[in-house]
Design a protein around this ligand. Structure first.
Ligand SMILES: [Zn+2]
Length: 352
């Protein structure tokens, strides 16, 4: 089914419970859909808005043909408001929310409901958040405000206390398979699943590099640097050909996979097949060769260093996302340097 008309398959349970509430006139005035980026929260919200406004819903879905559905498709429905956020919008400002407040107070054109959508609501600045709070404190009949957020912790506690929070889950491996972007080559399907960390959608900036030879060369060089066969300078040369975000994400995945394979014994576990790509096999081989003869003590030491590295990758990812706008290339360089140091530890430990 088309997005924005029906939920994705991993959202069906939540959809059904909201439809039930809607039928009993028990849909909460304010909802917060909370879940990771790129899992289809906003699409879900748009589909729900369409259903609420549809004049002749078919079963649990909007008909897609009535006047209301047509106006929504054309972007001209007067009883539906979506605040622009994400992309070039670094914050949601108070004027946006004032617009929403007056929207929620005027009477509905169709005599039915009015819906306001705030995607990535944590982007509201403080005055916007205070303005929204006033609107939430005086709920209007038949007005529904739907927020989505991938970082709900950044919403003010008072706003959070005024909305009904719904947790959106990640799709399973099977559910995600049909969502691999068509512009990718067939061979990179499992790589895509690995890179997107179980999310069905990725940012365009990630897609542009993904699956290219630059990307594969970088992956190989990361492993070779760990084994002391390549230096940080060589790794840097490969890294600059990628967007820093992609390179950092790849560091995270490789380090996490190595750490995982140190502890997972079962060869056929679900988690393992989830990450199965050409790379993981060679990483396992590396570890088997180097740790076979080694004591648990050394294995623990290496795991500890690896876990420390993963923690710094995570804080780098956070830094890159934050609005303080640090230099991503510098952050990446520092990770590359740490990785080489980790590699020299690894090689030294194993040749002794
Ligand atoms: Zn309709």
């Amino acid at each position: 089914m088309m997005p924005e008309t029906a939920p994705y398959v991993w959202q069906e349970t939540i959809w059904e419970s909201l439809v039930k509430a809607l039928r009993k006139h028990g849909l909460p005035h304010a909802l917060l859909l909370d879940g990771e980026r790129n899992i289809g929260k906003t699409d879900f919200t748009r589909a729900l808005a369409k259903l609420i406004l549809c004049r002749s819903p078919a079963d649990s879905f909007p008909c897609g043909a009535c006047q209301s559905c047509s106006m929504i498709d054309a972007g001209t429905h007067p009883d539906r408001l979506e605040i622009a956020s994400g992309g070039n919008h670094v914050s949601i400002k108070v004027d946006d929310i004032r617009l929403l407040s007056s929207f929620s107070q005027r009477s509905s054109h169709s005599g039915a409901a009015r819906i306001a959508i705030i995607p990535e609501a944590h982007l509201m600045n403080i005055s916007a958040s205070n303005a929204l709070l006033k609107t939430l404190e005086e709920p209007q009949d038949q007005v529904f405000i739907i927020l989505t957020s991938s970082e709900p912790g950044r919403l003010s506690a008072t706003v959070r206390s005024r909305v009904q929070r719904i947790k959106m889950r990640l799709p399973t491996f099977e559910e995600i398979k049909g969502f691999v972007p068509s512009q990718l080559e067939k061979g990179s399907t499992s790589e895509f699943l690995r890179l997107s960390k179980g999310k069905p959608f990725v940012d365009d900036s990630q897609l542009s590099d993904f699956g290219t030879s630059h990307y594969q060369n970088f992956q190989e060089c990361v492993l070779e640097t760990l084994l002391g066969k390549k230096t940080s300078v060589e790794l840097q040369k490969h890294a600059v050909k990628l967007t820093p975000h992609l390179a950092v994400d790849e560091f995270f995945l490789i380090a996490a996979e190595i750490l995982k394979s140190l502890f997972i014994e079962s060869k056929n576990s679900v988690e393992k097949s989830y990450f199965s790509s050409g790379q993981i096999v060679s990483k396992e081989e590396i570890l088997n060769i180097y740790f076979e003869e080694n004591s648990d003590f050394k294995k623990r030491q290496f795991s500890k260093s690896l876990a420390g590295f993963i923690a710094s990758v995570e804080s780098t990812q956070k830094n890159m996302k934050s609005n303080s706008n640090p230099n991503p290339q510098l952050l990446l360089d520092s990770l590359i340097w740490r990785w080489q140091r980790l590699g020299s530890f690894f090689v030294r430990e194993n040749s002794s």
